[in-house]
Write a protein that binds this ligand. Sequence first.
Ligand SMILES: *Cc1c(COP(=O)(O)O)cnc(C)c1O
Length: 406
Amino acid sequence: MSGKAANDLQDLQYFGEYGGVNPSISDSSTYTFLSAKTMFDTFEGNTEGCYLYSRHSSPSNLYLGEALAALEGTETANVTASGMGAITAVIMQLCDANDHIISSRTIYGGTYAFIKNFLKKFHITASFLNITDIDVVAKAITPKTKMIYCESMSNPLLEVADIAALSKIAKENNIPLVVDNTFSPLSISPAKLGADVIIHSLTKFINGTSDCVAGAICGTTDFCLSLKDVNHGAGMLLGSTLDSMRAASILKNMRTLHIRMKKHSENAMFLARSFEKDGLRTVYPGLSSHSGHLIMKGQMNPEYGYGGLLTMDVGSLENANALMELMQDRKLGYLAVSLGFYKTLFSAPGTSTSSEIPLDEQLQMGLGEGLIRFSIGLDEDIERTYRSIKKCMTDLHILNPQKAAI
Ligand SMILES: *Cc1c(COP(=O)(O)O)cnc(C)c1O
């Protein structure tokens, strides 16, 4: 049952214009009509299967959308030019001026900045809460609240949202639960747990090759069509349109997502266990020491594991910086933001991806200065990688050398 998404993806079989095994790429921004009447009807949204203009929809983007709907088990999906393009369109579609949002306090820095700063222009307010405390969330809902927003696994502290519990509150109050599932494609299926809208930054695991930026919105046909409405749709009017060439290349990469997620998770689990044994403060949802471990275990699709992200606190920013530079020199990965790449990526979130969050708020959240976020790669021999990282740490005297002797 839990392998359903991967099976649904596998069953998508398209033919190119000349019988190619990949669908043809639509190399056009605009489309011809044989009759003027059909053009008018298409503008009014009354014709199915007719293309008008590629900001509205294009065959390549629809193929990718279909694959993402299969991944998340939703009726349909729209693709966007970035994850932020997806997030901003969803929020602007669901909220009017003076509305209120309930958001997790541990979310992607860009999303946090958008909700906290940018939405001020529209007098939209937000309560940033510890969404693992369900009572706090329930109490914060007001008549102005238009959505509950969270990440299934949050960036960078890997807090796990109890999606079923949040969905229950959302449904009781007749508001949608919007879940950013960027960190855990296949591992968590938010729609199955009751989420109404699922967002992805395709830039990360789903594409997996760190060569482009893209996003997706998975949901009901009604909601996805409303985003495309030529008069009122935030997708259509804010104009975050994915290029067809990129849609085609992302679709091809998606065909290996199930294999990659398993390997990312397997490698991350090995490293998390090993570093924790070495006495390092390690945060990984697969560890029983993790506060969200049981929730994750209860809601995940087990064959894909606990994901490819882990964080480790090496005590100070100096330690973190020295370690990251040395690991990069020794070809263990890249000192870079982002995630889901085939090589390991590492960064210190406090000074990079979460730098939009003020320092005092960072500390309150448990975002220590010495925190390193790792997006673990697809390394074939993870024990060799472990030994090499550990050697970096002992060379820098980050680990107690006796304890670290291997
Ligand atoms: C990267 C990221 C985003 C933003 O996506 P872009 O493709 O960079 O616009 C949103 N949410 C999460 C969890 C992310 O990691």
